[in-house]
Design a protein around this ligand. Structure first.
Ligand code: BG6
Length: 498
């Protein structure tokens, strides 16, 4: 079966168990995704959704979910009839995650559906509970796959450094098989991120150019306009490096840099990604300063709104030195990429919300049109990931007129007008869990390798007392110009298309 056919496959009937069923993730993302998946048959109609809840009764829980649709997904227009249909799949199990009896109640609530007791356990809970939930399920025989599959879904952060990440892996793998663990990185579920593999491996014009002979450097970025919203407690201990670079952006880097896998299967793809990570040059402590940038937003104006400084956000310490902007310049020491900088950067409260991969080619070897023209700009190929997914090629063309002067011509090919609603990342990823395809999920060794690469940076940034500031709503980070000084074209700030 091809991967495409697999993606359209309806999964077997399943007990979808959600730990943390009153939480934000459940209401904002999981329930809307499940509702759409049930409507279009991606979740089998005989499936059950079991919410594990400790602080409400069933009526309150159902009301909370119903209100959640109105609040977070008004575009779904969940009317009374569709709510009744959806809620007929819902069932609540009450219990605290710390109470062993809860897991027995969960076990008792699983139904035999279509002859099997398949179960997907989704941990929409703080990461410190992942190990305990896996152990609780193990104790009551719920990770045993004799009578149907048992899959555990967890979300980043997977640890906060190498030590805690490997401790978590050991804790999980002592009771559950790695193949049963699905580590969600929601960026890998984005249409446009998956499309990177198709652009690379379904087109023959890319491969000859895709190496150090033609590429000067690559910038992979995710700039956001939002601040830290209600997540100060998490963000204060995380910062932009852990929050975005260790996970989403390093995952994208592996997709951009990897060799073609021998087949499009989970382990073949992840083995190639892993080879990239193993080739990333490790920093010496004294190199951290020259190869990274960190900064924090000061107050400013984002769009039409005034934004407070990070340190004035609720629950943020007034002398916090947590970075809300981070950049790292990596080198990948292998035949394809030797000497090509990969600059990964991300920031909150920036001028625009754009994620992209920018491939900057080398300059033309010399300027043939020297006597009349300005020096041609180096070409760029930009994969726009969001919000307006597509490809942009920047090439030089002759300016109309009597001279050979040239100007940059921007060719834009949108991939879909409203990329984020083509298919929501959570729908794609939950469906993959249900059909047992882990290609788009991070494997334990990848996660640990990313932490290990970042270890020197985390150590260097740990004890700092002060940090550079940038005005919210701007790209005013001078250190980025220094970081990209030796890169053709310098720091590439995303173009804002009207
Ligand atoms: C999350 C981070 O993983 O990704 C958030 O924790 C960030 O801080 C979010 O805002 C960005 O996701 P997206 O899909 O909006 O680009």
């Amino acid at each position: 079966m091809t991967a495409t056919e697999q993606q359209l496959e309806t999964a077997e009937p399943t007990n979808i168990v959600i730990f943390g069923a009153t939480g934000d993730l459940t209401r904002r993302k999981l329930m809307p995704a499940l509702l759409r998946m049930l409507c279009c048959g991606l979740v089998h109609a005989d499936s059950r959704i079991i919410g594990v809840v400790h602080d409400s009764n069933e009526a309150e829980w159902l009301q909370l979910l119903k209100d959640g649709f109105d609040e977070f997904s008004p575009q779904l227009n969940v009317d009374e009839a569709s709510w009744l249909k959806f809620s007929s799949h819902l069932k609540m199990v009450s219990g605290d995650l710390g109470d062993e009896a809860t897991y027995q109640r969960v076990a008792d609530s699983l139904e035999t559906l279509g002859g099997k007791k398949n179960a997907m356990f989704y941990c929409a809970i703080p990461p410190e509970w992942y190990g305990k939930v896996a152990q609780g399920l193990h104790r009551v025989g719920m990770v045993n796959e004799d009578n149907g599959y048992r899959r555990l879904v967890i979300e980043k952060p997977f640890g906060s450094n190498l030590e805690t990440a490997s401790r978590l892996d050991k804790e999980l793998q002592s009771v559950i098989n790695e193949k049963q663990i699905y580590r969600i990185d929601h960026y890998l579920g984005k249409e446009s991120v998956q499309n990177l593999l198709v652009y690379r491996f379904a087109n023959s014009i890319m491969e000859p150019l895709w190496n150090r002979n033609y590429i000067d450097h690559i910038q992979i970025s995710a700039s956001e306009t939002i601040g830290i919203e209600y997540r100060a407690k998490y963000y204060e201990n995380s910062g932009a490096l852990r929050d975005m670079i260790q996970s989403h952006l390093m995952q994208i880097m592996t997709l951009v840099a990897m060799e073609p896998p021998v087949e499009f299967t989970a382990d073949a793809v992840r083995d190639e990604k892993m080879k990239v990570l193993r080739a990333v040059r490790l920093f010496e402590p004294e190199q951290v300063e020259n190869q990274t940038v960190s900064a924090q937003y000061a107050s400013g104006t984002v769009g039409d709104e005034t934004a407070p400084a990070y340190v004035s956000e609720e629950n943020v310490s007034p002398d916090s030195a947590t970075e809300t902007f981070a950049a790292v310049k990596f080198y990948i020491d292998n035949w394809r990429w030797q000497g090509v900088p990969f600059i990964l950067w991300t920031g909150k409260r920036m001028k625009a919300r754009v994620s992209e991969v920018m491939i900057r080619f080398r300059k033309p070897p010399f300027n043939l049109f020297d006597s009349h023209a300005s020096l041609p700009a180096a070409n760029a190929l930009v994969f726009r990931l969001q919000p307006d997914g597509g490809v942009v090629i920047r090439m030089n063309a002759k300016k109309p007129g009597l001279t050979t002067d040239n100007e940059e011509m921007v060719m834009r090919a949108p991939y879909a007008n409203d990329i984020e609603h083509v298919a929501d990342a959570y729908e794609i990823l939950m469906h993959d869990v249900l059909i047992g395809d882990s290609t788009l999920f991070s494997r334990g060794d990848e996660v640990e390798e990313c932490w290990s690469i970042l270890e020197p940076v985390l150590k260097a940034w740990k004890d700092r007392f002060s940090i550079e500031r940038y005005r919210a709503g701007t790209w005013d980070i001078a250190a980025m110009d220094e970081l990209t000084e030796d890169c053709v074209g310098g720091w590439h700030k995303p173009t804002i298309y009207e």
